[in-house]
Design a protein around this ligand. Structure first.
Ligand code: ATP
Ligand code: MG
Length: 285
C-alpha cells in the first residue's frame, strides 16, 4: 500500500506543533518515542523525524514526500521543493541587528561591514539585490554574541521578542524576512501519493479554519436582531431561535478570531446579552 512520508523536526521549536497538527488532522502516531520513523495507525502516512536543516534536501530527493519546517530554512537551503501550505505557527522574523549605540540611517550603514549569520544565502541574496557589498561570516549558532566578541560588526538572525538582542547590547534595525512554518512537497509526487496529500491538505485546512474562527451564541431582544445580524456574518447567515421568554431570541454564528473583540463590543452595544464564545474543532467550508 502507498504511504506518504512526512518529514518533521526531530526535536526543537517545531516538533511539538507539528505533531499536534497531525493529531488534529486525526493522524495518530503509533510510535511516539521519536526514533527515526513512525507509522500512523489510521492514515496512510509515515513520519520521519529529522533535523530541520535536512528536510528540504530529503524532500527534494524524494526520501520524504512532504515536510514541515520554517520558511526560513526553505529559503536558505534553496532546494527544488514546492511550498504548498502556510501553517500559521512558529512565526518569526530574520533581522539585521547592530550594536545599540551605533547610529543607523539606512542600509548603507552595512557597506563593507562584516555580518555574522546562520543564514548566509538569504543574506547574500538580499545585499546582492541591493547592490551593497558586505562580508558574510557564517556561524552555526549563538549568532547574537558575534559582535560582542569582535567577530563581526553586525548580525543577521532570527528575532522573535528581541530580548536576546537586548541582552547582547544589540538593536534590530531591519526586518529582512518574515517566516512561519510551512508544508513543502516533492515536485514530482506520484498520483497515488498526491491523493493522500490532498486528503491531508483538506484536513489541515479544516483545522486551520477552525483555529481562525469562534462559534458565538447570544441572546437578544427581537427588535435588535436585524442590527446584530448585520455585524455577525456567520458562515451563510446567523441562526435565530426563539427563546421561551416572549420577545427574545438566541442567535448563533461564526466569527473570525481577529475580529472577535471588535464584534463583541458592537453587539453588546446593540443589546446582546449572555454572550458565549466557543472554540471550533474542525470547520469545513
Ligand atoms: P535542528 O536541530 O532541527 O536543526 P534548530 O536549532 O535549527 O533545530 P529550532 O531552534 O528548533 O531550530 O527552530 C526551528 C524553527 O523554528 C526555525 O527555523 C524557525 O523557523 C522557528 N523559530 C526559531 N526561533 C524561533 C522563535 N524564537 N520564535 C518563533 N519561531 C522560531
Ligand atoms: Mg536547524
Amino acid at each position: 500500500m502507498t504511504t506518504l512520508k512526512i518529514a518533521i523536526q526531530k526535536s526543537g521549536r517545531l516538533s511539538e506543533k507539528s505533531i499536534q497538527l497531525l493529531k488534529e488532522c486525526g493522524i495518530k502516531i503509533a510510535n511516539s518515542d521519536r526514533k527515526l520513523k513512525a507509522a500512523a495507525a489510521n492514515f496512510p502516512v509515515e513520519i520521519l523525524f529529522l533535523r530541520d536543516d535536512d528536510i528540504p534536501q530529503y524532500v527534494e530527493q524524494g526520501v520524504a514526500d512532504i515536510g514541515i519546517l520554517g520558511e526560513n530554512e526553505v529559503w536558505e537551503k534553496d532546494k527544488k521543493v514546492a511550498v504548498i501550505q502556510h501553517l500559521g505557527f512558529a512565526q518569526c522574523k530574520l533581522s539585521l541587528a547592530i550594536p545599540k549605540d551605533e547610529q543607523y540611517e539606512g542600509l548603507h550603514y552595512f557597506v563593507n561591514k562584516k555580518i555574522a549569520t546562520s543564514y548566509p544565502k538569504i543574506l547574500q541574496r538580499f545585499f546582492k539585490e541591493k547592490n551593497i557589498a558586505v562580508t558574510v561570516e557564517e556561524i552555526g549558532g549563538s549568532v547574537e554574541i558575534a559582535t560582542g566578541i569582535g567577530l563581526a560588526d553586525a548580525i543577521f538572525d532570527i528575532v522573535s521578542t528581541g530580548s536576546t538582542l537586548l541582552m547582547n547590547g544589540l538593536k534590530e534595525v531591519e526586518v529582512i524576512f518574515k517566516s512561519e512554518a510551512v508544508l513543502i512537497a516533492n515536485q514530482n509526487l506520484m498520483a497515488d501519493k498526491q491523493v493522500i496529500l490532498d486528503q491531508l491538505l483538506f484536513r489541515i485546512q479544516s483545522v486551520k479554519q477552525a483555529a481562525e474562527h469562534k462559534y458565538i451564541l447570544l441572546n437578544a431582544p427581537n427588535d435588535a436582531i436585524q442590527k446584530i445580524t448585520a455585524v455577525l456574518p456567520g458562515m451563510k447567515s446567523p441562526t435565530i431561535l426563539p427563546l421561551v421568554e416572549e420577545g427574545w431570541s438566541s442567535l448563533h454564528s461564526v466569527i473570525k478570531e481577529d475580529q472577535f473583540w471588535e464584534i463583541i463590543g458592537q453587539i453588546k452595544q446593540l443589546g446582546a446579552q449572555g454572550i458565549l464564545v466557543v472554540p471550533i474543532e474542525k470547520m469545513i467550508l
